[in-house]
Design a protein around this ligand. Sequence first.
Ligand code: SF4
Length: 231
Amino acid sequence: MTAASGGVPPADCPLCPRLAQYRCDNRSAHPDWFNAPVPSFGRLDARLLIVGLAPGVRGANRTGRPFTGDFAGELLYRTLLAFGLATGRYLADPDDGLTLADCRVTNAVRCVPPANLPTPLEVGTCNGFLAAEIAAMPRLGGLLALGGTAHNAVLRAHGLRPARTPFRHGAIHALPGERLLADSYHVSRLNTNTRRLTEAMFQAVVRDLLDRLAAPAPPPRPSPAARESGC
Ligand code: SF4
């Protein structure tokens, strides 16, 4: 795996046997679905990368575009449209013409996991693709992690240990390379139905990150993450 690949796994990536088998099962049951590692959405020269957990079986695994076709995409894309990070209309269809503006969307795990739950080993195995994708984004300045698994995956992709920088909704962490990592609870149906995450809470995280990306760099104050990396 190299950065030159842009973090794109092959359609029949065999690295996670359980997920490869699940992909095959879905191909048999639903041959009209995408049923492959879901490619990231948006341009590699974007300044912002949003990292989710994994494709939903009837969402991105069906349609082939991250967060497209199930509940989670409704709040995510509505918010991106509200902040000018997307143009067009989100119609839960990869052919809806929606375009991302200076923003890219991906997942910590590219293949759909049974019950929406990848194992730690699967998250770690797919991390090479995330790291390669990050390395292939020359203007990347901010990352938004949706949930603790995505947060940990972003840290690992930067060579950092998650135990030193725990996930906290609303927090913004400094990463090597003068990047920022913002944390939000995942935009899942469960989180929004239980009001663990409201639309206002999610908008506040996005607004805070965009404000920080637009602001002049603050005086250096090493975070645990930066100290760990030796920066
Ligand atoms: S989750 Fe990632 S590493 Fe695992 S099989 Fe899919 S593309 Fe390959």
